[in-house]
Structure formats: C-alpha cells, structure tokens
Ligand binder design. Structure first.
Ligand SMILES: NC(=O)c1ccc[n+]([C@@H]2O[C@H](COP(=O)([O-])OP(=O)(O)OC[C@H]3O[C@@H](n4cnc5c(N)ncnc54)[C@H](OP(=O)(O)O)[C@@H]3O)[C@@H](O)[C@H]2O)c1
Length: 340
C-alpha cells in the first residue's frame, strides 16, 4: 500500500443545523455543547435540569435560548428538534423514553442503557414513534475510525487488544453503586464496542473476571470475546489506575497499533508483514475536538428522514448490552436499579 486512504467523513460545518435540547447539565453535557458550538452550526436551543439554577447557569454558558427546571418541560418544548440525554447510565432508559414519548428525536449518551432488555425497549419505542435514536458512541464517528473501517474491511482479523484505565477523584460518581459505578458502563464501553465493530458483530463466547474497588463497586475487568472463526479480543478496563489506553488490530497481513487514548482523536501506525509501515495522524485532542462529528452525522440523517445511523445502529448498541449483561453475571456485578 503506497498511502493510507483518506477519511470519508463529511465536513461537520456543512451539516444542516438542528435545535438541540440538552437533558442533564453535567461533565459530558458541557463538553458536548462546547464541541458543537466550536465546530458546527448546530444550535443549543434549550436545557433541562433537575434544578432551575443549574439550567440557568448551563444555558448562559452554552448560549441556550431556554432553561427549564425539569426534564419534562424540556422534552415538551416544541422548539427542540432533538434531545441529548446526558444523565447517569441507569437513567438513560427513563430519560430516553421520556424524550421519545414526547415525540423527540434522541441521542443517548453511552451506553444506551444498563441491560439489553432496557436497550431493546428504547429501540422498540423509537421505531414505533418513528423518531431517530442513537447511542452517542462518538469514537466511531471520528475521521480516524473511518480510515480504520476502510482498512479493516479488507482484513480478516485474528486479534484485537484494547485497554481503558483511568484515575478518578474519590467523590466521582464512578465509585457510586447507586449510579451504576465501576468501569463497565463508563470505560469498558469503548474497548468492547471497538472490538465488536472490528470483528464484525457479537461474539460467540464472553469470559470475564474482575476485582472490587475499595468501596465495593467493581474496580477492574479482564474480558475476552471469542469468535467462531477463532478470532479473539482481549480487553481490560479499570478505575483503579491509569493504563496506556491503546488498541491493536492484528491480521496475517498487518498490525494496526492505535495510539492512546484510542477512543479519542489521534493517530495510528499500520505495519505490514514486509516491514513497511504507514502512519495516520489527525490533531490529537479530547472530547472538545471530537464530540461534534457524531452530532453532524445525526443532523444529516434526521434531515434526510432516517431514524438510525448505519455507523452506530441500535442493534449494535443492544448487542453491546448483551455482552455487558454476560460480563455482569460472570463477575457478580448487580444490575443497577434506577436512582431517585
Ligand atoms: N461520550 C463520552 O466521552 C462520555 C464521557 C463522560 C461521560 N459520558 C456518559 O455521559 C453520562 C453522564 O456522565 P457525566 O460524566 O456527564 O456525569 P455527571 O457529570 O455526573 O452529570 C450527570 C448529570 O445527570 C443529571 N442527573 C439526573 N439525575 C441524577 C442523579 N440521581 N444523580 C446524579 N446526576 C443526575 C445531573 O444533571 P442536572 O443536575 O442538570 O439534572 C447531572 O449533572 C454517563 O452515562 C456517561 O457514560 C460519556
């Protein structure tokens, strides 16, 4: 290969402009709105929070026209085209259904829900209502991942390796069992999703083991996905410390080594069996440099009358949750209830 393919990702600035309603005013909502404002023509129309004070503060910073002290008021706003659900994992189900039942399109933070049963209910409700629905798996919308897709389509992989370990402040919600804490939903989403995406779908076998964090939530997970054609994904995720956060895809012809953090904008190296190697680079950057690509894709699809994105169809989100169900059962992580 003389050169790597170029990304086919369309210019996010050229996507039609939707009016977004932001449900929840936490860490990711702040970055999502900042990324949209910096890199697209999407409009932050309204914000809904459990408190009017938080909605007002967020609306002022994000340039939103309306601020509501309840999620119900947000989803009822006729000026909102699409609701972005940015609440803790075990509230995605309730809040996605709230938005869908009010007739809104919806982009739900990852993972779509906390079980395959919940995810399937969201998918069915969106299909029945005829509204667009997607899990916000932003990684797959990055230009880097389009180039990877192009390369992977011509390979038969044997092995995927990926890890995602991060340090958090002791008071972070990731250490709270009532908010579905532990690495599974926050971090393992990424290695599991890219492995399934690269290997062509759900695995035939899932094996997992884990160790608890000091306060009792799961602390780290070692996970293996096995495929009938003998391909294997070896994955790891932890909240006990930081890890390299790299990924590798290996086939007889070549190995693709993705720089850490593999799930954010950045680069990778392809090395062929001959020893030749080629490098892909894009400006590295965290959420602000990448969350907008998914939003631009969503806007294009909604204006085109589509109700899913082929880059992250709902069936893939539910398949991920089936694997997470298996991991939870094997490791003994209780199914989180819904917080008040
Ligand atoms: N795509 C990514 O890279 C990425 C990165 C981080 C997180 N996430 C996902 O985004 C979701 C939110 O994560 P986050 O880090 O933004 O969390 P966060 O900072 O804790 O924000 C969550 C927000 O949810 C609302 N909320 C409603 N009920 C709540 C309850 N019982 N307890 C706490 N908050 C409640 C709150 O907003 P109000 O007070 O305004 O109601 C809160 O600010 C998670 O599902 C996570 O997986 C994605």
């Amino acid at each position: 290969m003389a050169a790597l393919p170029s990304p086919r990702t369309l210019d996010p600035h050229q996507a039609p402009s939707l009016r977004w309603g932001i449900l929840g005013t936490g860490w990711i909502a702040e970055r999502f709105t900042a990324s949209l404002r910096r890199h697209t023509t999407q409009r932050i129309q309204a914000v809904g929070s459990r408190t009017k004070e938080s909605a007002d503060r967020f609306a002022a910073a994000a340039g939103a026209r309306a601020a509501y002290g309840s999620y119900e008021a947000l989803v009822a706003d006729p000026e909102v085209d699409i609701v972005y659900v940015a609440t803790p994992h075990n509230l995605h189900h309730a809040h996605a259904l709230l938005a869908i039942e009010a007739g809104n399109h919806v982009l739900v933070e990852k993972p779509l829900a906390v079980s395959a049963a919940e995810g399937s209910e969201i998918a069915a409700a969106a299909t029945e209502a005829g509204v667009f629905c997607m899990e916000a798996l932003w990684t797959l919308f990055l230009p880097k991942y389009d180039v990877l897709r192009h390369l992977l389509d011509d390979l038969r992989l044997d092995t995927v390796l990926a890890d995602l370990g991060e340090r958090f402040a002791p008071d972070h919600r990731i250490f709270r069992a009532d908010l579905a804490g532990g690495p599974l939903y926050d971090l393992a989403t990424y290695p599991l999703s890219i492995a399934m995406w690269a290997l062509g779908g759900p695995p035939q076998r899932v094996t997992a083991s884990g160790t608890p964090a000091a306060n009792g939530v799961n602390g780290q997970l070692a996970m293996t996905l096995g495929y009938a054609d003998t391909a294997v994904a070896q994955l790891h995720s932890t909240i006990l410390g930081a890890t390299p956060t790299t990924a590798a895809f290996s086939a007889p012809e070549c190995t693709i080594a993705v720089d850490g953090p593999f799930y954010q904008p950045g680069g990778f190296t392809v090395t062929w069996a001959s020893g030749q190697s080629l490098r892909y680079d894009e400006p590295a950057g965290a959420h602000l440099a990448g969350l907008h690509f998914q939003a631009a894709d969503v806007a294009r699809r909604i204006v085109a009358g589509e109700i899913e994105s082929p880059i992250r169809p709902l069936a893939d989100s539910v398949a991920l949750l089936e694997v997470m169900d298996a991991i939870r059962e094997q490791v003994g992580i209780p199914l989180p209830g819904t917080p008040s």
